[in-house]
Ligand binder design. Structure first.
Ligand code: SAM
Length: 432
């Protein structure tokens, strides 16, 4: 056992205190203890070896590739990076609920609670023990509210302090100078504000000698059972011929192509093996009842054996009446007159079908009025395990917090499966 390892109790530490950096106040005793313990674990995860590499970390040595995830939330990006083989040494965010999940799922990583706008790059690098040029990949998904089309235009403005966090992220890239910078945001980010942010990223990272690429990718074209479009920025020190992967999944009924695609993953192929529930029931911490019947299910199960976060929220009487009065595939406009709410957009109160690709899973996935989140067979909303499946989280990734907190974490996350595909493709390109 490494010194300090026994001190580490992610759950209790993060829930009550976390690692707070950058506010200038002296760290309380227990916080210091937490930081020390996690640092020891980072070393155990291999950072000590990495720091012995020369500063211009050679691509010839592709094992033990380190990554840092800024704005990590519960860890969607980190999960994808880890599944692609990277060693995620630290995640940073200021959202306590999400960090509890992060710490539980990344026990060998440093979980840092801090406001990135306030934390100096120097303090951060000291904390994670990295020098300029030692990190392989810096990832980050800065807040998207300032760009999202779901936010009314009048509330979107260039100088929104949340938008300026993109600049903070670039400061970190500049200070750390990793081999690769990967940034994610909503699709509208790319062209929003007359491409001001895209140009800023190109100029700043380009000025540091990076090759900067960007693309809007659609998650269901990469095996995620969900329609979710997101902008990705990928900056590499090395020149890459094809920075982003080609789509791997497509319409099974489409004309035969030279490059055959796997069929899109449907809702049922994603969640159909999970136990049926009535609303208000749960099935947690118990083994799978059915065998996996799709490649996707086999993949997300991995070697996991217990089902977690499979809780069907108890619905109010009207919510249940609405759900039970419509068929799978139907929604608000099919509700009988007396059950129709005054407002609501077309997807509201909808039920999924088995055959469809799920719509975007948002942080409001816990509420029937906020989207098509009704289960395709049972009369209930999807559980957080099912929402996590639709985001491409592996089943051994467990979410902490209340039902609503879990929904926020899952809906805000970048689909890990998409990140895994992007990163896997990148590593293959760099290795070849
Ligand atoms: C889109 S979410 C990130 C999701 C995450 N990448 C994932 O895949 O799970 C944006 C995150 O930025 C965090 N955030 C917002 N302002 C921040 C700040 N000033 N400092 C650190 N984190 C911040 C939010 O708490 C939120 O978790």
């Amino acid at each position: 056992m490494i010194a300090g390892e026994h001190l580490f109790d992610a759950k209790s530490c993060i829930a009550t205190r976390g690692v707070s950096l950058g506010y200038g106040e002296p760290a309380p005793q227990d916080v210091t203890g937490f930081a020390r313990a996690t640092r020891a674990q980072v070393t155990a995860a291999g950072r000590k070896d990495l720091s012995e590499e020369p500063a211009d970390y050679s691509m010839k040595k592709m094992e033990n590739l380190s990554a840092i995830d800024l704005f990590c939330g519960c860890g969607g990006i980190s999960s994808g990076l880890r599944r692609a083989g990277l060693d995620v040494i630290a995640g940073l965010d200021m959202w306590e609920d999400a960090l509890e999940t992060y710490a539980n799922n990344f026990r060998k990583s440093l979980t840092i609670k801090a406001d990135l706008a306030q934390l100096s790059t120097r303090a951060f690098m000291r904390e994670v023990g990295l020098r300029k040029g030692e990190l392989f990949l810096l990832a980050g998904g800065p807040p998207c509210q300032g760009f999202s089309k779901n936010v009314p235009r009048k509330n979107r403005f260039l100088e929104d302090p949340r938008n300026l966090l993109v600049n903070s992220f670039l400061d970190y890239a500049e200070a750390l100078r990793p081999q690769v910078v990967l940034m994610e945001n909503v699709a509208e980010f790319k062209n929003g504000f007359d491409q001001a942010f895209t140009e800023e990223i190109e100029n700043r990272l380009g000025g540091l000698g990076y090759h900067v690429h960007h693309a809007v990718l659609t998650a269901h074209e990469y095996g995620v059972p969900q329609r979710r479009r997101r902008a990705f920025f990928l900056a590499t020190k090395e020149k890459i011929t094809q920075p982003f992967p080609r789509a791997t999944h497509g319409d099974a009924a489409a004309a035969p192509s030279l490059f055959p695609l796997a069929p899109f993953v449907t809702v049922w192929n994603a969640i159909g093996d999970l136990p049926s529930l009535k609303h208000g029931e749960s099935y947690e911490n118990k083994p799978y009842r059915r065998k996996a019947f799709s490649e996707f299910q086999t993949r997300v199960r991995g070697s996991n054996d217990l089902i977690m976060n499979h809780v069907a929220r108890k619905l109010q009487a009207t919510q249940y009446a609405r759900l039970s009065s419509i068929e799978p595939g139907q929604g608000i406009k099919n509700l009988p007159h007396h059950l129709r709410p005054k407002g609501g957009y077309s997807g509201a109160y909808g039920r999924l079908t088995k055959e469809m690709i799920a719509p975007t899973i948002t942080r409001w996935v816990f509420h029937p009025g906020s989207g098509r989140y009704g289960h395709p067979v049972d009369l209930r909303l999807i559980t957080m395990r099912e929402a996590a499946r639709l985001q491409g989280f592996p089943d051994d990734f467990v979410f902490a917090g209340t039902y609503i907190q879990q929904a926020h974490q899952i809906g805000n996350a970048v689909p890990p499966l998409l990140v895994e595909v992007i990163t896997g493709h990148l590593l293959r390109q760099m290795r070849s």
